[in-house]
Ligand binder design. Structure first.
Ligand code: PGA
Length: 236
């Protein structure tokens, strides 16, 4: 694992965007795994800027998002489809048909999860997976547990995640209690992972994940077993 300490959030975002741009420019039909949350917003804005300036072309890129809340319509402002459209996908020259977010409204979640896995496989797997980390060590919505869950699946969100995300909904009661997420196996199958973490409040859990014991109690710790992870951190 390569660990980079950025001097500030702007540098973290620029470095992350540069790695993503390199992978897009070096890979035929690149497939990106994307994350939501406040951490990647600066990265997405750097990607939009690079696309406008002609440094990167998304016309052959496919994207798969990590997760989605159950029960939220894609037009809901807190849905992850809405987030991706408004922070990135509406502003770059990507074909929307090549952008995928798990369907939080699917009637049969198990079937939907299998479909998501097979779509990723059909596109040749993920070339670069971008990841943030939750305050409890989750990646995607893989919450702390006694086992690592391998494939895309439905999860009950922990109280810690509900509290952390209540800032977007105005109240914790309004945060959906379930989500669908890529599994740890889906994430670990990505050819390259870029993990980003920012802010003093994330320092302890991030160090535990990157350098501590590998345990499903800290799902991100499994990344220590991935052969190609770049972690970009800024705890100032
Ligand atoms: P954040 O969320 O970027 O908003 O801190 C990260 C996460 O929960 O994965």
């Amino acid at each position: 694992m390569k660990v980079i300490y950025a001097k500030d959030y702007e540098e973290l975002s620029r470095l992350t965007a540069n790695i993503i741009i390199s992978v897009i420019n070096l890979t035929p039909n690149p497939v990106l795994g994307l994350a939501t949350g406040s951490t990647p917003i600066g990265t997405y804005s750097a990607l939009v800027d690079a696309n406008k300036r002609g440094f990167v072309d998304f016309s052959e890129t496919t994207t798969f998002n990590l997760d989605e809340y159950c029960g939220l319509n894609p037009s809901h402002e807190q849905s992850y489809r809405y987030f991706m459209n408004s922070h990135l996908l509406n502003h770059i020259n990507i074909h929307k048909d090549n952008t995928f977010v798990p369907d939080g409204l699917a009637a049969d979640m198990k079937q939907q999860a299998r479909l998501y896995e097979s779509l990723i496989e059909a596109r040749g797997g993920i070339d670069l997976q971008l990841l943030g980390i939750g305050p409890n060590g989750h990646i995607g919505f893989n919450e702390p547990d006694t086992v690592f869950h391998k494939e895309t699946h439905t999860v009950e969100l922990t109280q810690s995640t509900i509290e952390a995300n209540s800032r977007f909904f105005g109240s914790s009661e309004l945060v959906p209690k379930q989500a669908v997420t890529m599994g740890m196996g889906t994430i670990m199958a990505a050819k390259r992972i870029v993990f980003i973490s920012t802010g003093k409040a994330k320092e302890k859990i991030t160090k535990r994940a990157l350098f501590g014991e590998v345990t499903p109690e800290v799902p991100a710790s499994l990344l220590q077993y991935h052969p190609n992870v770049t972690a970009i951190c800024c705890f100032n």
